[in-house]
Design a protein around this ligand. Structure first.
Ligand SMILES: [Cu+2]
Length: 390
């Protein structure tokens, strides 16, 4: 912890020396990073090697994030100028017109004035011009967002749930949760909505946050080109952190996800193998598969009976969506409980026995009557049978 703090300070001074970071952002960066580091350490998070903090908004990885940072920069400069224009004359005035020793015996009220048209017009026009300075780049950036998916963009539907994320790829026939897989350097058009209350979709390093609203015909959009890989032969993709940023109930802070950026061919393989049925090899996995029957009302795994059940539920009128996340690729997921814990056997068993002990308010039923052996079998099935090589 201490060493990380030192690392961050060293890193920061390096950035300042290279002039790649304005001072005001640098200070903000240091404060924000140290608070987040603590939170993420507790959640067993790995720190991203680039710029330390995985939730850092300042080191934008997409052009969209850099556009937003440009607006921040302009706003910061204007704000600093206003601060100096007010505080310097104030300090000079306080000093120059302070009561002097010899005046103390002869204090008189200052000359009284009322109204000064020239002054009032001036201090109306100056803020107007300053606001224009901020407004023009803001508009320019806002209007870069298209209303419809541009030709060639991949469409991803993002649906917020209390307290997890669903991701659908309509063109690929994929539904997954809590892990957003994306190809590198690809334009993506997100269609964002919610199944219950207002959530907000945010990947800090990709820029911008967009509310996920419940109800029909209120979908919000977000468009950007995903970043290039930092390491062009990264296997398994590069991970960015995401978080719900609208206070949405008890476990709002535990409503996280990971965005994983892959080489195009790796992404294609992921998409192609995604919906293949689990490979049930060992005895515990077979037992686990049977025991999973009691989880099917809420969870779907492609290529199993739970998928048929989902189709039936969706064809009812009105259609009924399952309450829990799709677990088709659960074995490949790095976390469980929407980014709350690492996907280990121990955490898995604790989750199934008592989800609320990991995530207060989680709407999954606790399965505390299952024996340890049964729990280990379900863990084997979900953690190994569904882990597909791609
Ligand atoms: Cu939320």
């Amino acid at each position: 912890m201490k060493s990380l703090q030192l690392f961050r300070i060293a890193e920061l001074s390096q950035l300042l020396k290279n002039k790649s970071l304005p001072l005001s952002w640098g200070l903000l960066f240091a404060l924000q990073a140290s608070a987040q580091e603590k939170a993420f350490d507790e959640a067993e998070y790995r720190l991203s090697p680039l710029f330390g903090g995985p939730m850092n908004t300042i080191a934008g990885m997409t052009e969209w994030a850099r556009d937003i940072n440009h607006v921040y920069g302009v706003t910061t400069i204007v704000a600093v100028l206003v601060f100096l224009a007010v505080s310097i004359p104030l300090i000079i005035t306080l000093y120059k017109f302070r009561v002097k020793e010899e005046d103390l015996t002869n204090l008189r009220p200052p000359k009284q004035i009322h109204g000064n048209a020239l002054l009032e017009i001036t201090w109306t026009i100056i803020p107007f011009i300053l606001l224009l300075f901020i407004a023009v780049p803001t508009w320019q950036v806002i209007f870069k967002q298209p209303d419809e998916p541009p030709p060639g963009a991949m469409v991803v539907k993002v649906i917020g749930h209390q307290w997890w994320w669903e991701f659908q790829y309509p063109e690929l026939g994929i539904t997954t949760a809590n892990e957003l897989h994306l190809p590198a350097e690809t334009p993506v058009f997100f269609v964002i909505s919610s199944a219950d209350v207002i959530h907000s979709f945010w990947i800090p390093q990709f820029g911008g946050k967009v509310d996920a609203l419940p109800g029909t015909n209120v979908d919000n959009h977000l468009y950007y080109v995903t970043p290039a890989l930092r390491n062009s032969d990264a296997v398994g993709g590069e991970v960015y952190q995401g978080q719900c940023v609208e206070l949405c109930g008890l476990s709002h802070a535990l409503m996280r996800f990971e965005a994983i950026v892959h080489k195009q061919d790796e992404f294609d393989r992921w998409a192609k193998t995604f919906n293949t049925a689990p490979v049930v090899a060992s005895e515990p996995e077979k037992r686990g598969e049977m025991l999973f029957a009691q989880c099917q009302v809420c969870h779907t795994i492609s290529g199993t009976a739970s998928e048929d059940l989902e189709k039936q539920m969706l064809s009812m009128s009105p259609p009924v969506a399952k309450q829990g996340p799709n677990l088709t690729d659960f074995g490949n997921r790095r976390t469980l409980g929407a980014g709350t814990r690492k996907n280990t056997e121990e955490n898995f068993i604790r989750w199934v026995k008592d989800p609320q002990s990991i995530k207060p308010g989680a709407t999954m039923t606790p399965f505390d009557t299952l024996s340890d052996d049964e729990l280990r079998s379900i863990a084997a099935y979900l953690r190994f049978s569904t882990a597909k090589k791609f």
